[in-house]
Design a protein around this ligand. Structure first.
Ligand SMILES: Cc1ncc(COP(=O)(O)O)c(C=O)c1O
Length: 465
């Protein structure tokens, strides 16, 4: 029998001491990243961009990787994060389902992003790096890295997507409070930024552009003491986030749950989704019957519409080619308020799990997500980030479905961040000014022209799901 309790907070000594690497368990191997010549890249080719200790994690196929004690010491400030049962939301829906949410909004920066930011800053410092450059969409990642660099005594440079820089000035102030240097992207500080500004001076920017700028800023530092850091997409980033799902499993046990039916996370680059979901994907690979749903915006439908293909991670084509679901690296998403979900690609590990049939991606329009966010805020109390509202909308839909079917399902979703810095979007929604965008097939085909001549990725699957 599940216990009638509202939340489970684990103690420090119950924190997971290893991260989980899904690459060890996927039934078909991942296709390798490719260099500009179309051949697989070797780890040392990434050395100007990332420190070697993180590159080792990126290419690792070891199932469990120890979390260094010094990283845990920092994570204890907010981890283990609480797992809540959304009793008031369940009551409002009138569902027999039990809905659980993992509250990642309790971190100092307000989202799941510090889980990897702390780890990445720590590994960079171990490797002798003094300055980390990065991009940020909504500002969640930039603030997470700024916070982590402050704690570890590193310099932090952030290129923030123009539209969010203007919509979300408070995140810029958070970054500055933690001592980071934050500029709007495209900027005049890099060749990539200047070229874009020459062509489109009024561009709202995109994560793809900001990534190009941050990589250029890192590799052009002649001291050799700068590196680039990415807040999502890459294997090592997803690895660091799996602490979320590993904690959640222990917490569900305390709640008395024996089985989970539906696991949900919003997906921008895929890291918070993977963080909660991958430990459950392992169960599914081992025979469990679970619906695992990454949720994305209808205006940036990478997994639900984009093909699985080799593509660059950035607009200037500076990254290796990654095998992933993509809308084309030059894709500029509509300026929706969920800035962290405006990315043209998707983590290769998440993409491969979709190819396998292990995941069932879904997309929603932003007005429907805000409606769900308001219901959540008015029942559970916490105000979610616009990104998180996509997961909430899906959880509500699943709970309504359980009601229609008369089934007592167990639904868990990742509450990836709070929306206290994102109230402008709420204002627009409540005053009826928010526009819904859905990417048309014609626009997607136009944007996919950018990848027409790149090497093709093979969508290899085992056929088990
Ligand atoms: C609160 C929140 N949730 C989700 C995301 C999506 O990113 P990812 O898919 O990497 O978790 C972001 C990105 O900035 C975010 O800030």
């Amino acid at each position: 029998m599940p216990k009638n309790i509202t939340k489970v907070v684990l103690s420090d000594d119950e924190i997971p001491r290893q991260w989980y690497n899904l690459a060890a368990d996927l039934p078909t191997p991942m296709q390798p990243p490719l260099g500009p010549d179309g051949n697989p890249i070797s780890p040392d080719m990434l050395a100007p961009v990332f420190p070697m200790n993180l590159i080792e994690q990126e290419v690792s196929s070891q199932r469990w990787i120890d979390i260094p004690e010094e990283i845990l010491e920092i994570l204890y400030r907010w981890r283990p994060s609480p797992l809540y049962r959304a009793k008031a939301l369940e009551k409002a829906i009138g569902t027999p389902a039990r809905i659980y949410y993992k509250n990642e909004g309790v971190s100092p920066a307000g989202s799941h992003k510090p889980n990897t930011a702390v780890a990445q800053a720590w590994y960079n410092k171990q490797f002798g790096i003094k300055r980390i450059c990065t991009e940020t969409g909504a500002g969640q990642w930039g603030s997470a890295l700024a916070f982590s660099c402050a704690l570890l005594g590193l310099e932090c440079k952030v290129f923030m997507v123009r539209i969010s820089f203007d919509q979300k000035p408070f995140r810029k102030l958070m970054m500055q409070t933690w001592g980071a240097n934050c500029v709007a992207s495209p900027s005049t500080e890099t060749n990539a930024g200047r070229n874009i500004l020459k062509e489109s001076p009024d561009t709202p920017g995109s994560l793809g552009i900001a990534i190009s700028e941050a990589i250029e800023a890192a590799v052009s530092d002649t001291s050799g003491k700068s590196r680039y850091s990415l807040g999502s997409v890459l294997n090592h980033v997803l690895l660091h986030q799996t602490i979320i799902g590993l904690e959640a499993k222990k917490q569900l046990e305390v709640f008395g749950e024996k089985k989970v039916d539906v696991v949900i996370g919003c997906a921008g680059g895929g890291s918070n989704f993977a963080g909660l979901a991958f430990p459950f994907v392992a169960d599914k690979i081992n025979g469990a019957n679970i619906d695992i749903i990454p949720v994305e915006p209808a205006s940036c439908p990478t997994l639900t519409k984009g093909p699985f293909a080799y593509d660059f991670g950035d607009v200037a084509s500076t990254t290796p080619l990654l095998p992933m679901h993509t809308l084309g690296h030059a894709f500029i998403p509509e300026p929706i308020h969920a800035g962290g979900l405006r990315y043209h690609g998707m983590a290769p590990l998440v993409s491969q799990a979709v190819v396998e049939g292990l995941l069932s991606p879904r997309s929603y329009r932003q007005n429907d997500c805000y409606e769900a966010a308001l219901l959540f805020a008015r029942t559970e109390g916490f105000i979610p980030a616009p990104e998180t509202s996509h997961a909430i909308k899906c959880a509500i839909d699943e709970a309504v479905k359980a009601k229609e079917e008369g089934k007592e399902k167990v639904i868990i979703f990742n509450w990836s961040g709070h929306g206290l810095m994102d109230l402008v979007g709420y204002d627009k929604y409540m005053s009826g000014q928010l526009v819904d965008h859905e990417l048309s097939d014609a626009d997607m085909q136009k944007s996919l022209k950018a990848i027409a001549n790149l090497p093709k990725a093979k969508a290899v699957k085992s056929g088990r799901w």
